[in-house]
Design a protein around this ligand. Structure first.
Ligand code: HEM
Length: 391
């Protein structure tokens, strides 16, 4: 909780800090990477660095955190902290790095605000930074401790690759050494680290799309982004038998086999977490009521379609609805033309999980809220930095 001394200072300076974040951020990263160039080799994504909005996620989240402390004294934004902590642990962020980020962030703030940054303001924002940092460090230590090993990355070998949908491929890996592997939960993701053509290592997070219950197998499904840096390498250069680095599984958007009626609404490659969840529910003989809703450009573009239909067939209380922008609308898929519409799908006590592109999630989340589902029962997974949260 913010001290009584800092509270009014933060309240008064929030608008100016929030407004300056976009100019503070590039300066912060320039300073950070000048002092620690190693952070650009295997930790920070250089694609995100090129994208101004995504670059702002880290510093922006401190302003979001401060807003929260001012609006809800005594409460911390658990969902946001958990999301960041899971991302950090999948990248191997450690406690010793927090003073480094602090130094360069606050040097950038000092330069940006100049004389406007009084000692009183600097002290109040330092308090916010460390409140957030300590909350993150605590969650991150707990997450590391839950793993079956103390490694950040271990080597895994590509053993299977299967084309699915359009431009998507499932890759399955098995351990390439004898480090004990953590059993994942459906909905979790791993970091994948690989050297790019110039030798610089890059990292991406991918949701596990199947084989969840087998600790010694990790399966991810990757959509090709021809303009991206990472997916073309994994699609075109990775051969069976190749070894790359995978992190332990992280992510708190986990779906249980018991509980309130479940509505899983996805679009495009956003179906990967739900495909894993449905497969796991089916394997565990779950009797949970599940409504599976998927939107895609056309039937053939739907990745993991066979796996999902197979799981749905095994779940006694599962129903399916689909929406396609073009092409055939198969009756057995309960298909409709156009964009997803949740209006008839929502029981009042439903637990809703969303995953897909941001515009899709904005639209579907609004529909769920309008239908009377409280915000805390609407869960979502954003692929890439959560600029939605930071906004
Ligand atoms: C990502 C916040 C400290 C490394 C992020 C994200 C946020 C964030 C909001 C985006 C998460 C998402 O994808 O949705 C913070 C805050 C910190 C902090 C508030 C301090 C209080 C650190 C430290 C490191 C670090 C000490 C280690 C050097 C990273 C990396 C990413 C990340 C590598 C992924 C960014 C990318 O590749 O684009 N952090 N962070 N962070 N953070 Fe932190």
């Amino acid at each position: 909780m913010l001290s009584t001394k800092s509270f009014p200072v933060i309240e008064a300076t929030l608008p100016i800090i929030a407004e300056r974040i976009s100019s503070i951020t590039p300066n912060f990263y320039n300073r950070l990477f000048a002092a620690h160039p190693e952070l650009l080799n295997g930790i920070f994504s250089r694609s995100n660095q090129k994208n101004g909005t995504q670059q702002q996620a880290l510093a922006g989240s401190i302003a979001v955190f401060a807003t929260y402390l001012v609006k809800h004294p005594g409460v911390t934004p658990e969902t946001m902290l958990a999301r960041v902590a899971h991302k950090h642990t999948s990248l191997g962020v450690i406690e010793e790095q927090y003073p480094i980020v602090y130094k360069h962030l606050f040097d950038a703030i000092a330069e940006d605000l100049g004389d406007a940054l009084t000692p009183e303001i600097a002290e109040a924002w330092t308090e916010v930074y460390w409140l957030m940092a300590h909350a993150l460090i605590k969650i991150e230590k707990g997450l590391y401790a839950q793993q079956a090993n103390a490694e950040i990355y271990t080597p895994w070998k590509l053993v299977e690759r299967t084309e699915t949908g359009v431009d998507s491929v499932s890759f399955s890996f098995e351990p390439a050494d004898d480090t004990p592997a953590t059993v994942a939960k459906p909905g979790q993701f791993i970091s994948v680290r690989m050297p790019m053509a110039d030798g610089v290592r890059q990292v991406r997070q991918y949701t596990l799309s199947g084989d969840i219950e087998q600790a010694n197998r990790r399966t991810i499904t990757v959509k090709l982004d021809v303009n991206g840096e990472f997916s073309p390498v994994i699609h075109n250069d990775l051969k069976l038998g190749d070894v790359l680095e995978l992190s332990n599984p992280y992510g708190d958007l986990v779906i249980d086999e018991e509980g309130a009626p479940l509505v899983i609404a996805t679009a495009g490659i956003g179906c990967t977490p739900s495909a894993a969840a449905l497969q796991t529910l089916a394997a565990r003989g779950s009797n949970r009521k599940v409504t599976v809703l998927h939107a895609d450009q056309e039937v053939g573009a739907w990745p993991l379609r066979e796996q999902m239909l197979d799981s749905i067939a095994k779940l006694p209380q599962a129903t399916l609805g689909t929406w396609f922008e073009r092409g055939e609308l198969p009756e057995e898929l309960n298909a409709k033309a156009g964009y997803m519409d949740l209006t008839d799908a929502l029981a009042e006590d439903a637990e809703v999980y969303l995953c897909g592109p941001l515009p899709f999630m904005h639209a579907v989340r609004s529909q769920a809220l309008e239908a009377g589902i409280p915000a805390e029962r609407i869960h979502y997974e954003v692929f890439g930095p959560d600029v939605w949260l930071a906004a």
